[in-house]
Design a protein around this ligand. Structure first.
Ligand SMILES: Nc1ncnc2c1ncn2[C@@H]1O[C@H](COP(=O)(O)OP(=O)(O)OP(=O)(O)O)[C@@H](O)[C@H]1O
Length: 255
């Protein structure tokens, strides 16, 4: 299933947040959203996920979600959102229980997503026993368990230290390479965007408008830490964003 954003505009009261956003989100691609603080990235993600309705414009689903998809649009949050009293397995089984999937059918899905996220040995652990990076892997496993058409990822790595972020980026690339998934990935971190994005959508400061969509052809598996080509793209992104980021920053200080 592809998604199409068709001229989305949004305002909260008198505050115009998003202006005329049209975008294609093709199946099997990771689309990163970057832009200055407060430009409307998370708002746009909520519109895509159907949690909020835009003031104008539409989010179109083109084609069918996978037949066994329990939740076509599934979020992965920055703060992991795990239940502390449930084990890794229990956190994943919860979303299946919500859909009445139990027993052998649930076990099969859980084993699969634990293996895909390299968590098989940690099924019985409680969240408090896990590092931040491991917790986020559990959250990703839980999202994969519902076989989403599109994962909506709101700064999923930003609560993690830089080394853990690197490791998780490698994990996400390996996960995508084995079995491509579709994601809209909001981040402040341009290094993350160039490492994971097939396309990077640069928004202006509020009201967020698309300034440029930067496509990166290099396969994800060939992108590494310190890659020269990616550094060039990152520089270009920063050039696009620098003045707007400064203006947005100063605007926030005035509030
Ligand atoms: N429910 C709401 N009611 C009123 N204003 C809101 C609401 N949600 C967001 N806003 C405002 O809309 C603007 C965009 O917010 P949003 O969180 O989407 O931006 P963002 O680009 O994700 O920001 P950041 O990069 O800082 O996370 C901000 O000015 C915010 O204060």
């Amino acid at each position: 299933m592809d998604l199409q954003l068709d001229r989305i505009c949004h305002a909260y009261g008198d505050t115009e947040v998003l202006r005329d956003i049209s975008l294609e989100i093709p199946q099997g691609r990771i689309i990163c959203l970057v832009g200055p603080s407060g430009c409307g990235k998370s708002t746009l993600l909520r519109m895509i996920g159907g949690l909020e309705r835009p003031s104008a414009g539409r989010v179109l689903q083109v084609g069918e979600p996978p037949k066994d998809s329990l939740n076509p649009l599934t979020y992965v949050f920055q703060d992991f959102a795990l239940l502390p009293w449930r084990s890794v397995r229990g956190n994943i089984s919860l979303v299946l229980e919500d859909h009445g999937i139990k027993g052998a059918a649930a076990d099969q899905i859980i084993e699969d997503v634990l293996a895909r996220t390299k968590l098989s040995d940690f099924a019985k652990a409680l969240p408090k026993q896990l590092s931040g990076g491991m917790k986020q892997r559990v959250a990703i496993a839980r999202a994969l368990a519902v076989n989403p058409s599109v994962m909506l990822m709101d700064e999923p790595l930003s609560a993690l230290d830089s080394q853990t972020r690197e490791l998780l980026m490698d994990d996400l690339v390996a996960l995508w390479t084995r079995q491509p998934f579709t994601a809209v990935y909001v981040t402040h971190n341009l290094a993350e965007a160039v490492r994971l994005g097939h396309a990077i959508v640069v928004l202006s400061r509020r009201p967020g408008e698309i300034r440029e969509v930067v496509e990166i052809d290099k396969p994800l598996a060939e992108r590494g830490y310190g890659d020269r080509d990616l550094e060039e793209v990152q520089k270009h992104l920063w050039t696009l964003m620098r003045d707007e980021a400064r203006a947005a920053d100063e605007e926030l200080l005035d509030v």
